[in-house]
Design a protein around this ligand. Structure first.
Ligand code: PLP
Length: 354
């Protein structure tokens, strides 16, 4: 790819370097542009699978998975479903679920217990940004714990990794740079068009071992490796170019303003909904997610469907911690204070109409 389309590769590699810098990740990490966080999770976990098996003397490329030592994968009980999907693609089966706290963050005592309960090749998958609460796993401590057991640590930060780009919110991802791989989406927080996830692996060699491909007709340039060795696909569109364009036009402060703006709107929406009769905000609003309930499940469902019928704002219904919820995820760059007011008014109308 480097040889065939050097301009595209140059733009993507500039975008990759900016991304690492903005998100606070190690400068030498490998960055691959994939369809979305699902495939970014797959890529990071594939690199992890290969690496932990190699550390236990198993050559996955040559021998495949049959007869390999079992790779145990520990995940918080509120991980995103695409982590399970990636593990299925990888033949790793169901993960071991580790208890989470009331905000959906992995519990350190439960993680320590789960790590000590077994041995052998181990992957720990953490989360930066819970889709219901927006909460972040305690990354620094959880990664240190996992490392004491020689685990590979992957962080699913589909939208939450972007907290690292905001000086105000950076504390939420404290310690994230000590993990081995990360998944995020440029088509979420950065708002580039869909079909743009980012798979980041700290040691480029680890992702090349898992994803590298050699064929006599492909010209492999010397040097930093080829972008096609960092992603599952051989042919793909130039996904990194819109990322380059967005970062080039927004700059560091523009991205920070974008992230802060989404989080501020979430806070205002939560404060507004909290004033609606019968409403209750269920999560600690730390980032861009808000979950509200309106008494019992039947009423919450009814408010959600009235709100959707009103067509002013779109918020999804969901179920979180055994309750029906109205779920808000503030993601669009163009949402402004007026939209926020209109949205809260629409929720108030929906609740009052019952
Ligand atoms: C935490 C998390 N991980 C992974 C995903 C999957 O992302 P994508 O749809 O881009 O594959 C999402 C999507 O909402 C998510 O919120």
């Amino acid at each position: 790819m480097r040889f065939a389309t050097p301009g595209t590769v140059a733009a993507e590699e500039a975008a990759a370097a900016w991304l690492l810098d903005l998100l606070g990740l190690p400068a030498g990490a490998a960055v691959g542009f994939v369809t979305g966080a699902t495939m970014a999770n797959f890529t990071g976990l594939a690199a992890g699978r290969q690496a932990v098996l190699a550390e236990h003397g198993w050559d996955l490329d040559r021998l495949g998975l049959t007869g390999a030592p079992r790779v145990r994968v520990l995940v918080g009980e509120e991980r995103h479903g695409t982590v399970d999907l990636a593990l299925r693609y990888l033949g790793l089966g169901e993960p071991t679920l580790v208890r989470a706290d009331a905000e959906g963050r992995i519990r350190l005592d439960a993680l320590a217990e789960a790590l000590s309960a077994g041995s052998g090749p181990t992957i720990v998958c953490l989360q930066a940004g819970n889709l219901h609460s927006g909460a972040f796993d305690p990354l620094r401590a959880a990664i240190a714990l996992a490392k004491r057991h020689d685990a590979w640590v992957h962080v699913d930060g589909a939208f939450g990794l972007w907290a690292g780009a905001s000086p105000r919110l950076r504390g939420l991802v404290d310690g994230h740079e000590t993990a081995d791989s990360w998944a995020t989406d440029a088509h979420k927080t950065l708002n580039v068009p869909y079909d743009c996830g980012v798979a980041i692996v700290a040691r480029p060699r680890a992702v090349r071992d898992a994803m590298g491909m050699h064929a006599s007709y492909l010209v492999h340039a010397e040097g930093p490796g080829d972008p096609l060795d960092r992603v599952p696909e051989l042919s793909r569109r130039a996904r990194g170019v819109p990322v380059w364009a967005a970062l080039r036009s927004l700059g560091r402060s523009g991205v920070a303003d974008l992230v802060d703006g989404l989080a501020n709107h979430a806070r205002t929406i939560a404060d507004g909904i909290a004033t609606v009769d019968g409403a209750e905000i269920l999560n600690d609003v730390v980032f861009t997610q808000v979950c509200a309930a309106f008494g019992d499940d039947r009423t919450t469902r009814a408010v959600t469907s009235r709100l959707l019928a009103d067509r002013t704002a779109w918020m999804s219904g969901s179920r979180w911690r055994q309750r029906e919820v109205l779920r808000v995820s503030v993601s669009n760059w163009s949402t402004d204070a007026h939209d926020v007011t209109r949205s809260v008014d629409a929720v108030r109308r929906a609740a009052a109409s019952l």
